[in-house]
Design a protein around this ligand. Structure first.
Ligand code: FCB
Length: 442
């Protein structure tokens, strides 16, 4: 790879990211059922009906995985804690095995010199809470704050940084309006409530962690560059609204204590009554901002004429196996925009960036030149933003391992390390070696 550490500010952290349900194996260790298990068990939702039941069996192989992360020369590791592993019923009695697991996991990171970046929720809502309405139910903010206290009482003294919720847009919009992730709803009222409650839960979790004396607390939002599909005014308006829902809603709430007016115009009447009173909690001060970035979309208005009917088109840039266009300039765009509009002195991390590429011939090391090029070009855009004053402090690659890619199952491979899902054997890819030599270069 065409960089060395000296191309980045002193102390810049290089890391890899994973999430609990995607790698641990939810069938072991006493984890409770999650809405992802239910969603995956419903025909038509997930490719081949695959679930996170076994995944990478990281629950039992975490030491080997962290050995590989450390041997690459990484400084930090971003992981998530499964609510259903810690509290199988979502509330009430904790699962001691679950708490012990995260305790061991954090110690294993520290023993290898990896800074633990914890995310409390990366999408595996306990089924009993889904039964109560999940993200549609305002009570989720309290349930989540309680879960936060339980897990952080165990590991909060040793994590380097913590963020409550991974990608609020996916939790709310993708899952309750577009219906593509659990719980698979397509309902504007459900979506509006989820869009609000996810922020409220974030704020309550921040308060819970502050009350425990924790520091270095942040948020992790995802961003997609939205460009109009053509030069009509309708397409421009559609792209602007897409940008509002996707890129401005959550940071507007969390950082500025207000939602963007263009999104409120459509969503406002579906929000819970008195939502304005929650904005102070939602905008509880944080210490850093994490951005996840992968791609751009070309946006067109839908045919229905209904608010929020937006169509995504794929342009003619090279694509990953997800069908996502590779558009590194988008990362620069969001880093500079967040620096200008939301950071106000807070450091920024790229908490996810990476690409899916095809699997190797069985047993052989995968030459993944496309991933190497993707990472180089996006790191180039990070440098460009830093040179222009963006206070970017770290970059996490999605992902350490090939894993369960949600509704697309196991054949979308994002890992620096190949996983054979039959034997569970791990094999570092060429990108792993390239990153390792770049990080060791002086
Ligand atoms: C992000 C998710 C992560 C993974 C990548 C490809 O939106 O946070 O779990 O699925 O996309």
């Amino acid at each position: 790879m065409d960089f060395s550490r000296t191309d980045f500010p002193p102390g810049f952290l290089f890391g890899a990211a994973t999430s609990s349900y995607q790698i641990e194996g939810h069938g072991v260790g006493g984890a409770g059922s999650t809405h992802w298990d239910d969603f995956a068990a419903t025909p038509g939702n997930v490719v081949r009906g695959e679930s996170g039941r076994r995944a990478c069996d990281h629950y039992q192989r975490y030491e080997e995985d962290l050995d590989l992360a450390a041997a690459m020369g990484l400084d930090a590791y971003r992981f998530s804690t499964s609510w259903a592993r810690v509290l199988p019923e979502g509330r009430g009695t904790p699962n001691p095995e679950g708490l012990d697991f995260y305790d061991r996991l954090v110690d294993a990171m520290l023993a290898r010199g990896l800074k633990p970046f914890a995310t409390l929720y990366h999408w595996e809502l306990p089924s009993p809470l889904a039964d109560l309405g999940g993200w549609r139910n305002r009570d989720i903010a309290g349930w989540f704050a309680d879960f936060t206290a339980v897990i952080m009482e165990r590991i909060g003294d040793r994590v380097h940084a913590a963020a409550p919720i991974n990608e609020p847009w996916c939790v709310a919009w993708l899952s309750h309006f577009l219906g593509l992730h659990a719980p698979g709803l397509r309902d504007i009222r459900a979506a509006a409530r989820a869009m609000h409650h996810v922020g409220l839960a974030h704020g309550r979790a921040i308060q819970a962690m502050r009350a425990m004396g924790m520091t270095n607390l942040g948020c992790v939002t995802n961003h997609e560059f939205a460009a109009p599909v053509d030069d009509t005014a309708e397409a421009a308006a559609a792209a602007e609204l897409y940008d509002g829902i996707y890129n401005r809603w959550f940071l507007g709430g969390i950082r500025n204590g207000e939602y963007p007016a263009d999104v409120l115009a459509g969503l406002g009447r579906h929000l819970p009554e008195g939502w304005q009173n929650d904005m102070a909690t939602i905008s509880e001060p944080v210490d850093w901002l994490g951005l996840n970035y992968y791609t751009r979309k070309l946006i067109a208005p839908g045919q229905s004429g209904l608010w929020g009917d937006l169509r995504e088109h794929v342009g003619d840039l090279p694509q990953t196996t997800m069908g996502w266009e590779i558009f590194p300039e988008g990362l620069y765009h969001f880093l500079t925009r967040v620096q200008a509009d939301y950071a106000r002195g807070l450091p920024i991390y790229v908490t996810e960036n990476g690409m899916s590429a095809d699997a190797p011939v069985h047993g052989a090391q995968q030459a993944d030149p496309d991933r190497i090029a993707y990472l180089e070009s996006h790191l180039g855009q990070v440098r460009r933003a830093v040179a222009e004053g963006a206070d970017v402090r770290g970059y996490f690659i999605w992902s350490l391992l090939d894993n369960y890619e949600w509704a697309l199952g196991y054949d979308k491979r994002f890992g620096l390390i190949h996983v054979d899902f039959e034997t569970l054997e791990r094999t570092p890819k060429a990108s792993y070696d390239a990153l390792k030599s770049a990080l060791s270069r002086s």
